[in-house]
Design a protein around this ligand. Structure first.
Ligand code: NDP
Length: 268
């Protein structure tokens, strides 16, 4: 005899089952060894997915893989190296099966004022944040299941005139344009392509700005003042939006960009 009448028992069990939103799904997350990518990898594993994470830094990749457990595979691959990206995706698909989700997230900031920007830095930002995203998606195509979800990481800097970010803003605006075009090209296979566009999020990308507790406090204050919700964002603000876009809950959202920025873009 069960302790609970059947109806009550299933009522209690349902929320637990429903929370495994990515059961039997395989996801590729570029830049999955740090910040937003790592937070997303953790959330995806918790939701039942198998994840393949990439990045350049072998040490942080290994640490991330350890933390994520047996449902994760970490492969060192530079997003600007098409052959390395292809090889990482192939290795991941052989281990975990075809891909249902791609989060093209790897990126660098490379902010430099107009007067002192060099061609080298400009090209590095474009090749990582724009060209790398394009070829990550292209390399994943042969391994994608129909109805897969692709999420590209954009930025509020694609629409806000923040000094010093010409290359970065151009790359991220390009990401938005690419997402719409990719969405049209891939719609016949039911594959969705959308952009998550973060405002300032507390991750290592900010380098010296958050390197010490004092610097971090000053940074928090500065971002808080320029953000209607009055705070810096956290990696999970983004990972939860990526989860939504990856899941069936977003089944009819195609070619869109969601700003997760505490109101920064919406404010005058
Ligand atoms: P992090 O610096 O914490 O993470 C960046 C990730 O990208 C790392 O995992 C890094 O790994 C990887 N990466 C960088 N260059 C390459 C490359 N050439 N090949 C492969 N992997 C690479 O920063 P975030 O988590 O903040 O950044 C993630 C994304 O979010 C970026 O696209 C960024 O532009 C975007 N974003 C972030 C915002 C923020 O305020 N934090 C705001 C708006 C957008 P490794 O070093 O090992 O290569």
């Amino acid at each position: 005899k069960t302790m609970w009448p059947r109806s009550q028992y299933s009522f209690i069990m349902k929320p637990m089952e429903a929370s495994m939103r990515l059961k039997n799904k395989t996801a590729l997350i570029t830049g999955g060894n740090s910040g937003i990518g790592l937070a997303t990898a953790k959330l995806f594993v918790a939701e039942g997915a198998k994840v393949i994470i990439t990045g350049r830094n072998k040490e942080t990749l290994e640490a991330a893989a350890k933390e994520l457990g047996p449902n994760a595979l970490a492969v060192a691959a530079d997003a600007t190296d098409i052959a390395a990206t292809e090889a990482a995706i192939k290795q991941g698909a052989e281990k975990f099966g075809k891909l249902d989700i791609v989060f093209a997230n790897a990126g660098i900031s490379g902010g430099t004022p107009l007067g002192s920007a060099t061609l080298e830095v400009f090209e590095k930002v474009i090749s990582t944040n724009l060209t790398g995203v394009f070829f990550t998606v292209q390399s994943a195509l042969p391994y994608l299941n129909d109805n897969a979800s692709i999420i590209l990481n954009g930025s509020v800097i694609s629409v806000l005139g923040i000094p010093g970010y010409s290359a970065y803003g151009a790359a991220k605006a390009g990401v938005r344009a690419m997402a719409r075009i990719m969405a049209s090209e891939l719609s016949p296979r039911g594959i969705r392509v959308n952009v998550v566009a973060p405002g300032a999020i507390r991750t290592p990308i900010w380098g010296a700005a958050i390197a010490t507790p004092e610097a971090e406090k000053a940074f928090e204050k500065r971002i808080g003042l320029s953000t209607p919700l009055g705070r810096i964002g956290e990696p999970d603000h983004i990972s939860k939006t990526v989860l939504f876009l990856a899941s069936g809950d977003a089944a009819h959202i195609q070619g869109q960009e969601i700003f997760v920025d505490g109101g920064a873009v919406a404010s005058p």
